[in-house]
Design a protein around this ligand. Structure first.
Ligand code: BES
Ligand code: MN
Ligand code: ZN
Length: 489
C-alpha cells in the first residue's frame, strides 16, 4: 500500500475510486461534505433526509455516482459529535473504513477524514496504521488462498491523505507500520518456526538491512560464563539453545547514552515442570511478543533514521518440561549475584529478563524499558485494552503513558513499593520467583526492580495487549516508537 499526502484538494474534483468524507452526528456536515453537497445539488442533504445514516461514530455509508462528483464512490464516515471528535475516535473510524474497503474493488482512495483535527500528525499516523493494519493477513501456512478470505481482502494500493502535516511524518508513520507488521509476523508464526534461532535470523536481517544497526548474539555457553544462572534455568529444559540477542542502533554520536529496550522472547511457554493446562496453550507461541515488539521498534527507528542511540536486547528461550528442566524448589544464582528459588517454573519470564536487565547495564543506558507478556494477572487488572506499566521513575512513567495516549496504544501505571516486594520472600534464597498474595503484575514488576536499581527503568506487561483472539496486534510498537520520537525531540 502506497501513501501520499497533499495539503489541499477539491473533493468534488478528486479523480480516484473512492473519497472518504467525515459527517458528524445529526447529519452535521464537515467542510468537505459541504463541498460535495453543494457541487452535487444537495444529493447528500437528500440522502441524509432519508434517516438511515445519522453520523453516529464509526458508521459507514457509501454513495455511488453522485452528480458532478468525479470520484465514483463517496464513503461517508460517521464521526459522532463534532466537538468530541479526537484522534482516538479517528482511529476507530479508520478501522471501520478499513473494514468497509474490504468488500470493494477500490484501488485509490483520498481521505478528508481528519480535516477538522488539530493533531494532523496523528491523522497521518492513524491513517497509515489503520489502513495497512486492515490489509494485513497472515496466510503463510494456507496451501491455497481461503476463498472467503480472498473475497474480503483489501485491493487498495494508493492512499492520499489530505493533511497539513509535513511529509516527514508520512515516512515516520510508514516506518511505524513496517515495525508493527514485523512484530505481528514474528508473533503469528508458530513456535516450531519462530524459535530462538529464528529470532537471531531476523535480528541478522535487520543488521544487514540497516547500516546503523549492528548485532551481537550470546550463546548459552557465554551466558553461563557470565553467570546468567536465571536465564539458563529456563532455557536448559529445551533442546533449542537459548540466545541473548543484542542489536545496537547508532543514530546519534557515540557519547550519547542509549535508550535500552529489553524484550521477553519465550518462543513457547509450556510452563515447564509446572506445566500449564492444555486449554489455549497454543497461544503461548505469543510469549515472545515483547521480543517481537523490540525487533519491530528497531526496524521502525532505523527506517526513520531517528537521531538516538538504541540498545535492543532479546532474551530468547523456550520453556519446556524435560529431564533437563528446572524443578520447583531449585535455587539458581543470577548474574547479579542474587539467588532465586524457582518455586514455579511457569514464572519464567522474570528469570530470563532479570539476567538480561543485569547485562544491559554495561551499556550505561539513559533509560531501560522492558516489554513482556509477563503475567495473566495483568489481564485481570487491565483487560485487553491497556498495557500494564511499572517503573522506578515518575517522569519516565509519565513519558511512556503520554506516548501511549498520543498514538492510541495506551499503558497504565500500577503502584510498586516494599510491601509488594516482601511478598517475594523465599525460605531459602534471596528471592522467590513467585509471590504469595495478590497483585501478580505488581509483584512481577517488583521482582524485576530488584535487578534495575542502578538505572531509570520501566516495565510494560503486554500479556493482555500483544494479541487479540488468535492474532498478534503488533503492540506496543506504536507506543515504543512514539516514546522514542518524543525522546529524540
Ligand atoms: N507467559 C505467561 C503469562 C501469560 C499468561 C501471558 C496468559 C498471557 C496469557 C507467564 O510466563 C506465566 O506463566 N505467568 C504466570 C506467573 C505465575 C506462575 C506467578 C501466570 O501469570 O500465571
Ligand atoms: Mn510462564
Ligand atoms: Zn511466559
Amino acid at each position: 500500500m502506497n501513501f501520499l499526502t497533499k495539503e489541499t484538494a477539491n473533493p468534488s474534483q478528486e479523480c480516484v475510486d473512492c473519497i472518504i468524507i467525515p459527517v458528524y452526528e445529526n447529519g452535521v456536515f464537515s467542510v468537505s461534505a459541504k463541498q460535495i453537497d453543494d457541487k452535487s445539488s444537495q444529493e447528500l442533504t437528500n440522502f441524509l433526509k432519508i434517516g438511515d445514516f445519522t453520523g453516529k461514530l464509526a458508521t459507514i455509508e457509501v454513495l455511488y455516482n453522485l452528480s458532478n462528483i468525479v470520484a465514483k464512490r463517496v464513503m461517508l464516515v460517521g464521526c459522532g459529535k463534532q466537538d468530541d471528535f479526537d484522534i482516538e475516535r479517528f482511529q476507530r473510524c479508520m478501522t471501520a473504513v478499513g473494514k468497509a474497503l474490504k468488500d470493494t474493488t477500490v484501488v485509490q482512495v483520498t481521505s478528508w477524514l481528519g480535516e477538522a483535527l488539530d493533531d494532523q500528525i496523528g491523522v497521518v499516523r492513524e491513517t497509515v496504521l489503520g489502513l495497512s493494519g486492515s490489509a494485513y493477513s497472515f496466510e503463510y501456512y494456507k496451501s491455497k488462498k481461503d476463498n472467503d478470505a480472498a473475497e474480503s481482502s483489501v485491493s487498495v494500493e494508493q492512499v492520499t491523505i489530505v493533511t497539513a502535516a509535513n511529509d516527514a511524518y508520512l515516512s515516520q508513520s510508514v516506518g511505524v507500520a513496517e515495525g508493527v507488521e514485523l512484530a505481528k509476523n514474528l508473533a503469528n508464526h508458530p513456535a516450531n518456526v519462530c524459535t530462538p534461532a529464528y529470532l537471531v535470523d531476523v535480528a541478522e536481517d535487520l543488521s544487514n538491512s540497516f547500516d546503523a544497526v549492528s548485532l551481537e548474539v550470546l550463546e548459552e555457553a557465554e551466558m553461563e560464563e557470565l553467570g546468567m544462572g536465571a536465564f539458563i534455568s529456563v532455557s536448559k529444559g529445551s533442546k533449542l539453545g537459548g540466545k541473548l540477542i543484542v542489536l545496537q542502533y547508532n543514530g546519534a554520536d557515540k557519547e550519547t547514552p542509549a535508550v535500552a529496550l529489553v524484550g521477553k522472547g519465550i518462543t513457547f511457554d509450556t510452563g515447564g515442570i509446572s506445566l500449564k493446562p492444555g486449554a489455549k496453550m497454543d497461544e503461548m507461541k505469543f510469549d515472545m511478543g515483547g521480543a517481537a515488539s523490540v525487533l519491530g521498534t528497531v526496524r521502525a527507528v532505523a527506517s526513520m533514521h531517528l537521531p538516538i542511540n538504541l540498545v535492543a536486547v532479546v532474551a530468547a528461550a523456550e520453556n519446556m518440561p524435560s529431564g533437563h528442566a528446572s524443578k520447583p524448589g531449585d535455587i539458581v544464582t543470577s548474574m547479579s549475584g542474587k539467588t532465586i528459588e524457582v518455586l514455579n517454573t511457569d514464572a519464567e519470564g522474570r528469570l530470563v529478563l532479570c539476567d538480561a536487565l543485569t547485562y544491559v547495564a554495561k551499556y550505561n543506558p539513559a533509560v531501560v524499558i522492558d516489554i513482556a507478556t509477563l503475567t495473566g494477572a495483568c489481564i485481570v487488572a487491565l483487560g485487553h485494552h491497556i498495557s500494564g506499566l511499572v517503573s522506578n521513575d515518575d517522569s519516565l512513567a509519565a513519558d511512556i503513558m503520554q506516548a501511549g495516549d498520543m498514538c492510541c496504544d495506551e499503558a497504565w501505571r500500577l503502584p510498586m513499593n516494599a510491601k509488594y516486594t516482601k511478598q517475594l520472600k523465599s525460605e531459602f534464597a534471596d528471592l522467590g520467583n513467585i509471590a504469595a498474595g495478590g497483585g501478580g503484575t505488581i509483584t512481577a514488576g517488583c521482582f524485576l526492580s530488584e535487578f534495575t536499581k542502578d538505572y531509570t527503568w520501566a516495565h510494560l506487561d503486554i500479556a493482555g495487549t500483544a494479541w487479540k483472539g488468535k492474532a498478534a496486534t503488533g503492540r506496543p510498537v506504536p507506543l515504543l516508537t512514539q516514546y522514542l520520537i518524543n525522546y529524540s525531540c
